[in-house]
Design a protein around this ligand. Structure first.
Ligand code: SAM
Length: 271
């Protein structure tokens, strides 16, 4: 399957800033991103935000079993589909996609050069609701560093704990602004996500989200103070029972500790 005719400069409407349209113009980087997904012939692939097709054409070269794309820009989507009718288009906002419909048996491989304004909420939902074989996303470097941050540093927060609770996160390589048109102001990073075999169950995940919200809204406070502020009775005992010192601050707790704390607090949240 080849994407024809090959889109060239001048064939498209100007880039829309509101949709985070910074198009990749370096074919080597595009190929490297798609290589990181290790697509085998017949694999089902989902691309988020195909835009002018910079990644799409490298995906098609690898003969996927099916290629579904989520694109909010109707004009770009129409151009892409006209050039390659076998692509399954889901027109609209990727943030509204029903992720639980992607099941483990299908073995989806997911890729996207994500618009900056949707990267964090999209990855939050996707790792916790979809089941997939692997995902490779280009994001702002600063977001990439938060996604894979280890406990103890200032980049470590709710996003790091949440995503790492569901998936192993790797920063594969950095990408400079010069390979995009228009050029963004920041460096980007290509990240790979592989889901853990036994991620938190839905009830535990709900409690984890509530625990993270409670803790990182007050990240400078000690954990015992945070629990007290939410009228959680016996907070110090709960923490000590989990081997957590009551004076620890949220950013010092590893994802596994947060999951254990969330499970223990589940009944306090009424979930
Ligand atoms: N993949 C192309 C590339 O690498 O050149 C385009 C990447 S561009 C950074 C982001 C793409 O996502 C654009 O095509 C934009 O229209 C699309 N987009 C923006 N917001 C979206 C959303 N909420 N849902 C789906 N697509 C979106």
């Amino acid at each position: 399957m080849a994407l024809k005719p090959r889109p060239g400069p001048g064939r498209f409407a100007p880039a829309k800033r509101s949709l985070g349209q910074n198009f990749l113009i370096d074919a080597n980087i595009a190929r490297k991103i798609v290589d990181a997904l290790a697509i085998q012939p017949g694999d089902p692939v989902l691309e988020i935000g195909p835009g002018r097709g910079a990644l799409t054409r490298h995906i098609l070269e690898r003969s996927p079993g099916r290629l579904m794309v989520l694109e909010k820009d109707d004009q770009l989507a129409a151009t892409l589909i006209a050039a390659q009718p076998s692509i399954e288009l889901v027109a609209g906002d990727a943030l509204k996609f029903p992720w639980p419909e992607l099941t483990a048996e299908a073995g989806w491989k997911i890729v996207g050069n994500l618009p900056y304004n949707i990267a964090s909420p999209l990855i939050w939902d996707l790792v916790s609701q979809a089941r997939f074989a692997s995902a490779v996303f280009m994001v702002q470097l600063e977001v990439g560093q938060r996604l894979r941050a280890a406990s103890g540093g200032k980049e470590y927060g709710a996003l790091s704990v949440w995503v790492q609770s569901f998936a192993a996160v790797e920063l594969l390589f950095k990408v400079p602004p010069q390979v995009f048109s228009p050029q963004p102001k920041v460096t980007s990073a290509v990240m790979r996500f592989i889901l853990h075999p036994a991620p938190p169950e839905p009830d535990n995940a709900k409690a984890l989200a509530q625990t993270l919200k409670m803790c990182f809204q007050q990240r400078r406070k000690q954990l015992s103070t945070i629990l007290k502020s939410k009228s959680i009775v016996g907070g110090e005992g709960i923490l000590e029972g989990l081997g957590i010192h009551p004076s620890q601050r949220p950013e010092t707790l590893e994802p596994e500790r947060f999951q254990a704390l969330a499970n223990r607090l589940q009944k306090h949240f009424g979930s």
